[in-house]
Design a protein around this ligand. Sequence first.
Ligand SMILES: [Zn+2]
Ligand SMILES: [Zn+2]
Length: 430
Amino acid sequence: MSQKINGVKGMNDLLPGELGGDMAPVEVWQHVERTTRELFARFGYGEIRTPMVEDTALFVRSVGEETDIVGKEMYTFEDKGGRSLSLRPEGTAPAVRAFIEHSVANQEPLTRWYYIGPMFRYERMKTGRYRQFFQIGAEAIGSREAAQDVELMDMVVQLLEALGLKEVSLNLNSLGDDACRPAYHQKLVEYLTAHREELCGDCQRRLETNPMRVLDCKNEKCQAVVQAAPNILQFLCEPCKAHFDEVKRKLDALGVKYVVNPKIVRGLDYYTRTTFEFIAAHPALGTASTVGGGGRYDKLLKGLGGPDLPAVGFGLGLDRLTLLLKESGQKFSTPPDVFIAVADEGSGDAAFALASKLRREGLKVEFDTRGGSLKSQMKRADKTKARYTLVLGQAERESGKGQLKRMADGQQFPVALSEIVQTVRSAPPA
Ligand SMILES: [Zn+2]
Ligand SMILES: [Zn+2]
């Protein structure tokens, strides 16, 4: 016996139906992806698909060398040509890289893209958090107006609504810009330094590298310290304050509910002004309750060697969204319309051909290619939860007629074999 090989820890198989254990069935994933594509198209966002592997320098320069993502969590390797490559840990930097590389700014003044795909981080695992995780993200490049920030938030709100996820709240903040953030930064460092001994080990390190990250530390001791920390919103310069006020005014005008939360700093170095998070109040996710978030990154394009254009974007965790939907008990798989069963040995080819023909005509048809007794086929029909079964034998072949049996109540419907599609489509549900 050969030894079996398992999948990589933290990277999941997504399987159809109930086969996938803790993960949501693939039908839930398909539903979320389909809903996303339809909705985002209505907002004028086009889909991009960038490679899963990028030059390591892209993430070092955009996400930031001092972040946990780049410092500790990236899957980085050397390829056979000696280049340092990394599995993408997030989707914004690749989108911006593609935008710059294809000189998109020369072709359109405002670009709006979305993506759906896997990202990779070597993280400690907990519920809804994996090393290969899937994100839905969108980026809007070219507008510095508050309307662009609000359009993105509205798009997420409408997506969550369309998915039936109501217990999610929008938390909103502004991180200021180069004109006002340094003064805040200094005050924050002074305050945190005075409370250094009360902070967790990670935050003592963050105090040196990325002090704003202390604000969203989940450690209780740190949260107690942060309670009385200086508030970024009191340090905003006039233009940043006006931008933030306009974001709030436009959200109000659309009827989008939000709470202002000055602790929303996000993990990445490149954010400026607006940041936001969508936080789910749902026990299924345990402590991992942020389903997504984003913000404005007006300096990133220039920092990556591109044009000096403002941008704003978000990312949503597809793993968490699908877990929430799975918990909600909605069903996303549809049963077969008809199960074709073979009554006698001579009818196998005709039944097989009938199944093929009905599929061509648009029905979802199950057929047991293993053959076997009629009894075993009917057991299989039950198992597939087919709406109807049709038994095909010599009598049916000769008369061109059969009986559609509705599985829910056993009622039989006489049918011409040439009119099965019409009968199935017009029959009232049991
Ligand atoms: Zn901490
Ligand atoms: Zn400012």
